[in-house]
Design a binder for this molecule. Structure first.
Ligand code: S6P
Ligand code: ZN
Length: 192
């Protein structure tokens, strides 16, 4: 039996920084240039404006093993690409029957979910929203506001991440800016 020493960490509720944490993960537009529906606009931004920082993840330094509960914060910076809100790559868990809990800490955002049998769902999130990702649902978050959107996540240590399925197929829905709010539209390229 491998007994870990208990510990605590601090989450800064204003900027999402966890201390102590493992090395920060940065996701820039170049890491997800084909994930935005308007790929021509993504390429234009990369060429003319540079490689935008879309989001950052502060992961807890924990073993990715059955029995542990992993956690992190995610900070999605505000902005749009061709009207589509800045978002995470999104993934299924490799073990599809592993769920997850999200809690909004600051800003305004959304959680887009879908199943492999074609169900889709959208939950708006603000500070204090606890959003549950049940087993079998792919999940992607987006910043639908004008300030950084920050949330905390906790999930089973053996869940794993399957990014390839989303990279290949995308999400069936897009979360777009329409005047001053978010609307969920069909992804014209989904399944194409
Ligand atoms: C992990 C959990 C989140 C995301 C993070 C970044 O299971 O769902 O911590 O990893 O929000 O999103 P992504 O899709 O790049 O992992
Ligand atoms: Zn997840």
């Amino acid at each position: 039996m491998n007994v870990m020493t208990p510990f605590q960490a601090t989450v800064n509720l204003q900027n999402g920084v966890i201390q102590p944490a493992a090395p920060i993960i940065e996701r820039r537009l170049s890491h997800m240039r084909r994930m935005y529906a308007n790929t021509a606009e993504a390429e234009r931004i990369l060429t003319e404006e540079g490689d935008r920082l879309i989001y950052e993840v502060y992961p807890a330094d924990l073993p990715e093993e059955e029995g542990h509960v992993l956690y992190c914060t995610t900070i999605i910076h505000p902005g749009t690409i061709g009207g589509e809100f800045h978002m995470t790559k999104g993934h299924y868990h490799s073990k599809r029957d592993r769920g997850e809990v999200y809690m909004g800490l600051a800003g305004t955002g959304g959680l887009l979910l879908q199943t492999e049998d074609g169900q889709t769902h959208y939950e708006p999130m603000v500070a204090g929203t606890v959003a549950y990702v049940p087993p079998y649902w792919a999940h992607r978050t987006m910043n639908t506001g004008t300030e950084p959107f920050i949330f905390f996540a906790a999930w089973p240590g053996d869940a794993g991440h399957d990014y390839g399925t989303i990279e290949e197929l995308g999400f069936a829905k897009l979360v777009m800016q329409h005047e001053n709010h978010a609307i969920v539209t069909d992804n014209p390229k989904y399944g194409a």
